[in-house]
Design a protein around this ligand. Sequence first.
Ligand code: MG
Ligand code: MG
Length: 265
Amino acid sequence: MIFLKTEEEIALMRAANQLVGKTLGEVAKLIKPGVTTNELTRVAEEFIRDNGAEPTFKGYPNQDDVPFPAALCTSVNEMVVHGIPNDEPLKEGDIVSVDCGTLLNGYNGDSAYTFAVGEIAPEVRELLKVTKESLYLGIEQAVAGKRLGDIGFAVQSHCESHGYGVVREFVGHGIGREMHEDPCVPNYGRRGYGTQLKKGMCIAIEPMITLGDRRVYMESDGWSVRTRDHKPAAHFEHTVAVYNGKAEILSTFDYIAEVLGDKEF
Ligand code: MG
Ligand code: MG
């Protein structure tokens, strides 16, 4: 069932998502060779709690009821999503996808960004740039009257035109009082097909795009998802409201951009 949100609820969703954006900005300050993903999640969790919110991901169960152990998902290089933070230092040339969720005043925020650690290979930088572009192309389609297939088509066609893989096994989602609500929001699709978008829908759009083959597998921890060919993957996510005749982006990368300056692409 899809829950349409009122203007008041969208305001609460925006607050939760702005906090996610600020948290990702705090993470951006720390990204450099030598930092561990455990340090990133420690700082993020403290920041979220200091701002009166809960880190939604911590304790979130998978299909086998295994709780996710941290506030952030940190997915390095060939890891696509749901990486568990650890004590391994990031190295120059790595990429790390950081996904963050908060629960603030009963509503959820969810956003993700793939960071470069120092200088990265040009082909990987291009993957990040194109994946982020595809997110905004998908968001442009998130207006009342369009369909989920329009969003998926926009993401898929842009990424595939660059020869990249579009992950099928994981998709975006409705979001509100629950982090994952109906509908599923695939990053692939056919124009004019799928659920029609209505005023008040809130969805997380989150392209998960691979440099090589699109196929992925899950590790035995029940969380970490890697590319089968071990090539890198990128993940960018915004929470968006279908409202006022345009897609309103409730989350933000502005705090990241402030930190990265001209290194932002
Ligand atoms: Mg997310
Ligand atoms: Mg999400």
